[in-house]
Design a protein around this ligand. Structure first.
Ligand code: ZN
Length: 508
């Protein structure tokens, strides 16, 4: 068969194993995998000496978000360019209703932010901020193609906080609709109390940005996760803990999964590569994010959770603020805009600190960055894996060659980076989105506004959530690959609906 594009000679990571060979692309879809695919008349991309991996899904992103008295500094233009350079081909943002608005209006607002600007595909989690008004709007949002909802257990001052009644009631509805609730789990009243205790001129003079960590001990997150898990267990509604940052959280989730509770956990890459010692730096306030960075023991426990399976996803919680915005704090840590740039460095950090430093295999990394998030967020098999019938969303990375992180050479609007000066491998030499090259030679070449909204009909990960990824991946050198397992291809095609089905058929 003829292809529009053939990626030649890469080390290709697929659900059936990793092999050295070719990826054939027809239109927007992957049409064949194999050795020596016919490339006549096709655009040929040389991937020899490189890894070819599924495009990354960053499922926790905030672009152009009004927050902490300002608006986050990356919009859909710069944010998605940053993502593409880091191999991200799909992002999920959070549509948060402004004062008095409905869930539908929130979705409309975020659609407008993305349209005409986004370089990559996207959708949104719908944030329920006023339970009594929003509860009857959930069903309509599911019908409109949104299957993941979000509640915050803190942020009363932003008007976003949900109480136990809202959590419980929403989880009941998630059970009813087969959808999933994402929760920001921190214990609001205890956190308020601790902040109040330390919020004095003397304490702020003495401790500065360290107070951001001192007022959020691990039990603030652990208690909230425990409580959310309790409501999850009581209702049977699927729960997803966002940006889990503590070892205690990982213990609670692991124990809950072991007794069959439908809870899934995500961590963010900053909780895997940084710890709260940064708050002692001269510019420590820049690292304020929410929840804050934790201790080295938490870092190790989260890596362990990724390997063992209780942590399913690595995301970024991208919420970019410039140095000038961060300077709003004027010595009061409660006024620091909370968040950091992340989309551009997610894959490089996971690859360098995870794969190259031996904390996870290449296949495990692809599971945590692509396959698991796609499955959990209802985007699989269209997204999340290199297989026939899937969208041709791919990143091509060099196994070792590193770039030094320098903010003025990056796509993000941030004028600083938490990783400034770090040498990281894993930036995308080439990124393809639906068959189109959007990053070439480490530079963005794609056209803004080409990204599409992704409607969904499902969410959650029944059955595989606690299973260690390693057991599902075949190891070692692969024998010459016969495209893919027939049954798996057929399953992928039928689950993806008609579009993927026809492309799957073309691959034969
Ligand atoms: Zn967030």
């Amino acid at each position: 068969m003829r292809f529009d594009t053939v990626i030649k000679g890469g080390n290709v990571v697929t659900p059936a194993g990793t092999f050295t060979g070719d990826v054939g692309i027809s239109g927007e879809k992957i049409a064949a995998l194999g050795m020596e695919l016919e490339a006549e008349g096709a655009k040929v991309i040389d991937a020899r000496g490189h890894h070819v991996i599924p495009g990354v899904l960053d499922v926790h992103v905030h672009l152009e978000l009004p927050f902490c008295g300002t608006t986050s500094a990356d919009d859909y233009r710069t944010g998605t360019r940053a993502g593409a350079r880091g191999g991200v081909t799909t992002l999920i943002d959070f549509a948060i209703p402004y004062a008095g608005e409905s869930l539908g209006q929130a979705a409309d607002n975020w659609m407008k932010k993305a349209e005409g600007k986004s370089l990559i595909d996207y959708t949104f989690h719908i944030c329920i901020t006023r339970w009594k008004e929003h509860k009857d709007q959930i069903k309509g949002m599911v019908e409109r193609g949104f299957t993941t909802f979000k509640e915050f257990m803190i942020y009363e001052s932003e008007g976003w906080q949900s109480d136990d009644r809202a959590l419980f009631g929403t989880l009941e509805k998630m059970k009813e609709y087969g959808t999933m609730l994402l929760v920001h789990a921190e214990s609001a009243r205890v956190l308020d109390e601790l902040i109040e205790r330390y919020h004095t001129p003397e304490m702020m003079e003495r401790h500065g940005a360290k107070l951001h960590a001192m007022t959020r001990p691990n039990f603030v997150e652990a208690e909230a996760i425990q409580r959310a898990v309790q409501w999850c267990e009581a209702t049977g509604g699927q729960l997803y803990i966002v940006h889990m940052s503590t070892g205690e959280g990982a213990d609670i989730v692991r124990a809950a999964q072991a007794r069959g509770v439908p809870v899934i956990a995500e961590t963010c890459v900053q909780y895997l590569v940084l710890d709260d010692s940064v708050f002692g730096r001269e510019d420590g306030h820049l690292f304020a994010c929410c929840p804050q960075l934790k201790k080295p023991a938490d870092v190790e426990r989260l890596w362990q959770g990724l390997r063992r399976g209780e942590v399913s996803v690595i995301s970024t919680d991208t919420c970019t603020f410039t140095r000038e915005q961060k300077a709003m704090w004027q010595g009061d840590w409660t006024k620091i805009p909370m968040g950091m740039p992340g989309l551009e460095t997610l894959l490089p950090l996971a690859y360098t600190r995870g794969v190259l430093e031996g904390r996870m295999t290449l296949e495990e990394m692809c599971a945590k960055l692509s396959t698991n998030p796609a499955k959990i967020m209802g985007l699989y098999p269209r997204k999340g894996a290199i297989q026939v019938g899937a969208d041709a969303d791919l990143a091509i990375i060099h196994p070792r060659s590193a770039l030094r992180v320098a903010p003025d050479e990056m796509e993000t609007n941030a004028d600083w980076s938490p990783y400034e000066g770090w040498e990281l491998a894993g930036f995308a030499r080439t990124t393809l989105s639906r068959g189109e090259v959007i990053v070439d030679g480490y530079a963005v070449v794609g056209r803004e506004g080409r990204g599409r909204w992704l409607p969904r009909t499902s969410a959650g990960l029944e059955g595989t959530r606690a299973e260690p990824v390693a057991s599902r991946i075949s190891r070692g050198p692969m024998s010459p690959l016969r495209a893919m397992d027939e049954r798996e291809t057929a399953a992928a095609g039928s689950a993806a609906g008609s579009a993927a089905g026809s492309a799957g058929g073309a691959g034969r």
